[in-house]
Design a protein around this ligand. Structure first.
Ligand SMILES: *Cc1c(COP(=O)(O)O)cnc(C)c1O
Length: 419
């Protein structure tokens, strides 16, 4: 059964043939891939093609696919039971581990997806402040809960949907959208609506409109503004948590939010995410407080042991300098080549994250990211795929380097991009 046939079957039973929209390849064209297995930095498709994977399940598998220590942890736990709906020792260990690595994480609750984590953080902020409205940034993605689909990045951008249908206007009304990196726009909202503001929600490094870095002082400025108006500052670190070091981006840049959400990496490739922060905010959650949140599979034992195994490998191997230098080298080479050949192309990079935008110049927000030529991205995507590299099938997603990528694979990739 090849990918073509599988996709034909899929569209008859799954809407659009996919369980998450970007997988449909709509913005790059062609038939979506079906994967038979993954190992290290490599994917094997059902056709038996070997691909170097620069998507890494949207960054969830920072150790690479099927890391032996993660596999072993999952196997051992599976033999002891997959879920109990009762407390387990592993979840305590996991929460303590996160607390020891993330400053300001006095309390943390485990959930099953990034969507749930951010939805819960916003609910805590609203419950604790008794206020309705929040500020989010144009092109930042925070999962698919109703209010956060307003002007969201990731698959919405890819599919040309600026804000999802099916969201009550009453919910959307409570969300102010301002450009990323625009502190003045935040100040203006706060001047007019500061007393109604429950939260300022941001990806500290925006990674769902392609990669867009925070301008110097932007995050610290948000901290000041939130303090002034009494809103919770929420850093959505579902991508950035444990991405640039064995902690959050907030901790690395010295700006401590009130609430932090994490996901992807911390679940080791299984459905696990977390919301945490100061006890004064977190203790509004039931059963202590009156902000409700729950989950049949929350703190799932298999997900927790996979996550813990992943975080322990990261702690031991400390791959962060290597991820940074590997991705930096690729970005530098791609940018030098673009300059030499006069191409409209710029590679933005931070740690093991990078995005090749098909335009020139600095990219500080969504409007500037959207100038990128998405047709050129589609052709780059397919050229790379033909040469054995799998990239995110959208201009508005970031590419990920894992611990399993070798220097040789990275220089082969550079060669493919620059010739
Ligand atoms: C992926 C992502 C989410 C949503 O996480 P899911 O596990 O897909 O629900 C939320 N916020 C950010 C920043 C993300 O990158």
């Amino acid at each position: 059964m090849d990918s073509d046939e599988l996709f034909k079957r899929a569209v008859r039973v799954i809407p659009g043939g996919v369980n998450s929209p970007v997988r449909a390849f709509k913005s790059v064209g062609g038939t979506p891939l079906y994967v038979a297995s993954g190992n290290g930095a490599h994917l094997r498709t059902v056709e038996g093609r070997d691909l170097v994977d620069f998507c890494c399940s949207w960054g969830a598998v920072i150790l690479g696919h099927a890391h032996p220590e993660v596999v072993e942890a999952i196997q051992r736990q599976a033999e002891r039971g997959t879920t109990f709906g009762i407390n387990t020792p592993m979840e305590v260990e996991f929460a303590e581990f996160l607390q020891s690595k993330v400053p300001g994480l006095e309390r943390v609750r485990l959930v099953s997806s990034g969507t749930e984590a951010v939805m819960t953080a916003v609910r805590i902020a609203r419950g604790a402040t008794g206020r309705r409205r929040i500020v989010k940034f144009d092109g930042c993605y925070h999962g698919h809960s109703d209010g956060l689909l307003v002007a969201a990045g990731s698959g919405l951008l890819t599919g040309g949907i600026r804000s999802s249908e099916g969201v009550s206007p009453a919910v959307a009304e409570d969300v102010f959208v301002v450009p990323f990196n625009d502190l003045e726009a935040v100040e203006a909202v706060v001047a007019a609506h500061g007393r109604d503001l429950a939260a300022i929600l941001v990806e500290p490094v925006a990674a769902n409109m392609g990669l867009v870095l925070p301008a110097p002082g932007f995050l610290a400025g948000l901290r000041r503004v939130a303090d002034r108006c009494g809103a919770a500052l929420i850093f959505d670190e579902v991508i950035t948590g444990f991405r640039f070091g064995p902690t959050t981006y907030g901790a690395l840049c010295g700006v401590i939010p009130d609430l932090t959400t994490m996901g992807k990496i911390i679940g080791g490739g299984l459905p696990l995410a977390a919301v945490g922060g100061r006890a004064s905010w977190m203790d509004h959650l039931a059963p202590l407080g009156r902000v409700y949140q729950a989950g049949t599979l929350s703190g799932n034992p298999i997900a927790v042991v996979a996550g813990l195994a992943t975080l322990r490998v990261l702690e031991r191997e400390n791959p962060y300098a290597r991820l940074e230098s590997g991705a930096r080298k690729m970005a530098d080479a791609i940018n030098r080549d673009a300059e030499c050949r006069g191409l409209d192309r710029v590679c933005v990079q931070a740690g093991g994250l990078f995005t090749v935008f098909f335009r020139r110049g600095a990219i500080r927000n969504l409007n500037e990211a959207m100038v990128s030529d998405t047709k050129a991205y589609a052709s780059y995507f397919h050229r790379m795929l033909d040469q054995g590299f799998y990239l995110p099938p959208s201009q508005f997603e970031v590419s990920f380097v894992s611990m399993a990528h070798t220097e040789q694979e990275m220089s082969r990739f550079v060669e493919a991009v620059t010739t």
